[in-house]
Design a protein around this ligand. Structure first.
Ligand code: PEP
Length: 256
């Protein structure tokens, strides 16, 4: 059975005092999270340590990006091995990392070839890549949406062996829906999630496709999460704006 996941991408938001307040509020609300839903937070790297230090609950913690290189002279970058090195029996771990968020693709010119190297770094270090794919509005209007997503999958993650692909989570995030307040309709989202699952089945097999979690991202919020999450191929969400308040984040986790 694939996992139900609600993941919060904080992007470059929240100051230290706001993170402290967030954590306190989340601790109070955490018991309202359904047991069968995994909650993951992707904070700015400077706050990873605060989140993995949280006691007593099973929060998943992930980085928003990692280097495509092992280590060495890459100023400003964080390697997958550094993320993986935060292991301590008494702490949570960093288990996840976003790869290929549309903001990285757009503002940092990250192309599929580079992203595939990041995916490899994460897999080698036993971390789960959350691989983001999505089309722009022009690509959708030109009818290229399926080709674009297929190319992003082929070049970013389909080089992996069957065993390694099992560790990957996919996030479908139509670029036109991210941070715009415009959400894909449940039909549009389901259509693409089904397409992605079929492509995974074609490349690997039906069982792997059935077990891969595919998250929807793009202006998902408490008022629309339920209709999206009730679609058969949508296994949860990658949430930007609405994850910045613990209350709405937990409400989304209750929306299956
Ligand atoms: C995101 O950044 O991954 C995202 C989905 O943002 P938002 O929910 O704000 O559209």
């Amino acid at each position: 059975m694939r996992k139900k996941i609600v993941a919060g991408n904080w992007k470059m938001n929240l100051l230290e005092n706001e993170v402290i307040d967030y954590i306190q509020e989340l601790e109070q609300l955490y018991s309202f999270k359904p047991d069968d839903v995994e909650l993951i937070i992707f904070p700015s790297s400077i706050y990873l340590d605060s989140l993995i230090n949280l006691p007593n609950y099973d929060l998943g913690v992930g980085a928003q990006d990692c280097s495509a290189n092992d280590n060495g002279a890459f100023t400003g970058e964080i390697s997958a091995s550094m993320l993986a090195s935060f292991k301590d029996e008494d702490k949570n771990e960093i288990n996840y990392c976003l790869v290929g968020h549309s903001e990285r693709r757009k503002y940092h010119n990250e192309a599929n070839e580079l992203l595939s190297k990041k995916v490899n770094q994460l897999i080698q270090n036993d971390l789960t890549p959350v691989y983001c794919c999505g089309e722009t509005i022009e690509e959708r209007n030109d009818g290229e949406l399926f080709d674009v997503i297929e190319k992003q999958l082929k070049e970013g993650v389909f080089h992996l062996s069957m065993e390694n692909f099992k560790k990957v989570i996919i996030a479908y995030e139509p670029v036109w829906a991210i941070g715009t307040g415009v959400t894909a309709t449940k039909e549009q989202a389901q259509e693409m999630h089904q397409f992605i699952r079929q492509k995974i089945a074609d490349k690997y097999n039906e069982e792997i496709a059935e077990n891969t979690s595919i998250l929807y991202g793009g202006s998902c919020k408490p008022s629309n999460a339920n209709e999206l999450f009730s679609q058969p191929d949508i296994d949860g969400g990658l949430i930007g704006g609405a994850s910045l308040k613990p209350e709405s984040f937990i409400q989304i986790a209750q929306s299956f």
